[in-house]
Ligand binder design. Structure first.
Ligand code: ATP
Ligand code: MG
Length: 261
């Protein structure tokens, strides 16, 4: 394992009764990397994400963020340490404007960094940051819209922006394309792509996604999880060419349609 990893999972174990939902999982994410986590239903992806955010406590193993052991930290402490997630169930305040949603999220994470400024200056600073953030994700034309009236894709985009308000070093995205049409998906792919490209605030992404087109387009590396275990981690090309991945992940159908020898 590389020592320059931004985030490391070392020998993580989670049991549910007799079931090993996370079976000694080890993986590393480099700064700015888009790392996809894929695997069939029940492979343990969500269980792993929950242990990373702090929702579930692992039975064994360690989590490291930028060299710091975060295994024992509470979820809000992990956010402060640079870990932010988007929720499958969106946390957008539907009756508030896009701008107010962003300001509230920025305020929640500004904390001590703004305490030296007078309230007026502080507020102006937050609104300026909200506009900047909106521009970064392409929501600057809808700042005064009530968030609940936005199309589904734009609400998911706002959810990503709310996570970015915490200035994360690692962003966890749990099925960001779920329920999206092709156009909205394409825009979300672009947004995730831009996170990697933005050098000033470069952010690594751990992406759980069933949309394989999106995964193959975005991921620098892919980890395939099967029955709680890492089957393999590699580039998109390596993972797609791996016969074991084809067999367990892409399904018996693909194997069955191979011409008989
Ligand atoms: N709280 C729980 N108690 C008991 N078993 C659980 C619990 N949560 C998950 N499991 C089991 O752990 C295994 C992994 O589930 P998990 O939800 O992590 O899979 P997943 O890869 O996210 O699947 P999907 O692609 O369907 O979302 C499954 O066998 C599931 O039934
Ligand atoms: Mg899941």
């Amino acid at each position: 394992m590389t020592t320059d990893a931004l985030f490391r999972i070392d020998g993580l174990v989670k049991r549910f009764g007799g079931l090993l939902a996370t079976d000694h999982v080890t993986l590393a994410i480099a700064p700015g990397e888009v790392h996809a986590l894929i695997g069939p239903n029940g492979a343990g992806k969500t269980t792993l994400i929950h242990q990373i955010t702090g929702l579930l406590k692992p039975d064994a193993g360690r989590l490291w963020l930028a060299g710091r052991d975060i295994t024992a930290l509470a979820d809000h402490q992990r956010v402060a340490a640079g870990l932010s997630r988007c929720f499958q169930v969106t946390r957008v305040f539907a009756r508030n404007t896009v701008q107010d949603n962003l300001v509230l999220a920025l305020q929640a994470h500004a904390g001590s960094s703004l305490r030296f400024f007078a309230p007026r200056t502080r507020e102006a600073g937050l609104y300026a940051q909200a506009r900047e953030l909106a521009a970064r994700v392409g929501l600057d034309q809808v700042l005064s819209r009530e968030a609940g009236t936005l199309p589904h894709g734009a609400q998911r985009t706002l959810d990503v922006a709310l996570a970015l308000a915490a200035k994360p070093r690692l962003l966890l995205l749990d099925e960001p394309m779920a329920g999206m049409g092709p156009e909205e998906s394409a825009r979300m792919v672009e947004l995730i792509e831009s996170l990697r490209g933005n050098d000033g605030e470069r952010c690594a992404v751990l992406l759980v996604e069933h949309d394989m087109d999106a995964v193959f387009r975005l991921a620098d590396r892919v980890t395939v999880l099967v029955q709680g275990r890492v089957l393999t981690t590699g580039t998109v090309d390596a993972v797609r060419a791996d016969a074991r991945v084809q067999a367990v992940y892409l399904g018996a159908e693909d194997i069955a349609t191979e011409p008989a020898p």
